[in-house]
Design a protein around this ligand. Structure first.
Ligand code: TXA
Ligand code: MG
Length: 350
């Protein structure tokens, strides 16, 4: 399949390009487009055949449900059975933005989207290109991240092109995304809302708005696994580069020392080593392919660059990535969640 690739200037949008993409969606095709979190691969959410094309292009298991994207609050009500007061409050505060809410689904939503669940995930992206695309398509757009299943999510169009060129009808290049990690997924069907995936909207932000918010035990049990040093745990692998990732966690000077000695050891064995460092620490390392993922004092810079760095190590042909660990505070919780998944919970405590 020939993929049409078009660049759009965010501040001076060419509506003809948006209309061309919208026509593809209306006609049942699939289009990759930017959101504020990561790039998505979109199809008409109300057309089962189109949605199937997404699963095929990504190689995504069909038991993993998709998020439905809307461009205004009024589009929500026909897609869901009911909206609780707390959900309405969160929509008013955080939409458009990186918060996905889980609602009981209406009959309009096909089972292909929800993988047979009785609930549906919905969000309104904080990106004008995405919202105009939804508006001109005239339908809600189902979109997972626009990567091959299991790979790090794409944060710019070149990542999408690398994974999906030739497999999708169109790729809209809207530049680098803002957040760099996927949206927070919050289940608002029960009495106390529960975070199913941490993201840019943090637990603290949600609790300030609506009171108590729980975290899915599956996310917290990630933390428990931290105590298993060098645990293989490969079955948990996700967001993964081709290289093996090892996170070294502890007091930062000890972390640097450990990474340096590991890097030298691996190099002697002729293993190509990558080191994921930060602005504050990068000058300590001499061995291997060294990348700074961002500024420790500005965790949002780390969120924005994490997936790009993981992909850059692959491009370099690195076989093992030694990563520093980062603070769990605020967006740090989401950063460490993705990093641990990329590492298959391979964590070395020092
Ligand atoms: O930021 C984002 O959310 C990006 C952009 C493109 O919007 N999308 C994204 O989609 O990350 P995806 O498919 O990679 O992740 C969707 C997540 C999965 O973890 C899926 O299991 C969960 O949302 N999900 C979808 N529907 C659900 C449902 N009904 N109940 C529970 N979890 C659901
Ligand atoms: Mg994904």
């Amino acid at each position: 399949m020939e993929t049409i690739i078009r660049t759009i200037d965010y501040d001076n949008m060419d509506l003809e390009i948006i209309k061309q993409a919208a026509k593809i969606i209306k006609d049942g095709g699939i289009v990759a487009f930017p959101t504020e979190t990561v790039y998505g691969l979109g199809a008409n959410a109300l057309n089962e055949k189109s949605v199937e094309k997404i699963y095929n292009a990504k190689g995504r298991p069909s038991d993993n449900p998709l998020i439905v994207h809307i461009s205004s609050n009024k589009e929500l009500y026909s897609l869901v059975e009911s909206v609780k007061l707390k959900a309405q409050m969160l929509m008013d505060l955080f939409w458009p933005g990186p918060l996905t809410l889980i609602f009981p689904k209406s009959n309009l939503i096909p089972d292909t989207i929800t993988a047979g669940l009785s609930t549906v995930a919905i969000r309104m992206p904080d990106n004008k290109i995405a919202r105009e695309l939804i508006k001109y398509s005239g339908v809600p757009i189902a979109a997972p991240s626009a990567n091959i299943s299991g790979r790090p999510s794409p944060t710019n169009a070149s990542h999408v092109i690398k994974d999906l060129n030739g497999k999708v009808d169109m790729i809209l290049d809207g530049g680098e995304v803002k957040v760099g990690l996927e949206s927070t997924v919050l289940d608002v069907t029960g009495d106390i809302p529960t975070i199913l995936r941490p993201g840019g909207i943090t637990r603290e932000m949600l609790e300030e708005a609506i009171g108590e918010v729980l975290i899915d035990p599956a996310i917290i049990s990630d933390k428990e696994l931290l105590s298993t040093p060098m645990s293989p745990g490969m079955k948990y692998k996700h967001y993964a580069p081709k290289a093996q990732v090892i996170i070294v966690e502890g007091e930062i000077n000890k972390v640097i020392k450990k990474i340096k000695s590991l890097a030298e050891e691996k190099q002697k064995q002729n293993i190509r080593v990558g080191i994921m460092a930060t602005e504050q620490t990068k000058n300590n390392y001499k061995t291997g392919f060294i990348l700074s993922v961002g500024d420790r004092n500005k965790p949002e810079t780390i969120a924005a660059k994490l997936f790009d760095c993981l992909r850059a190590f692959d491009e370099e042909g690195v076989e093992i990535i030694l990563s520093e660990s980062f603070s769990y505070e605020k967006i740090g919780f989401a950063i460490m969640n993705r990093l641990k998944k990329a590492a298959g919970h391979n964590i070395l405590k020092v």
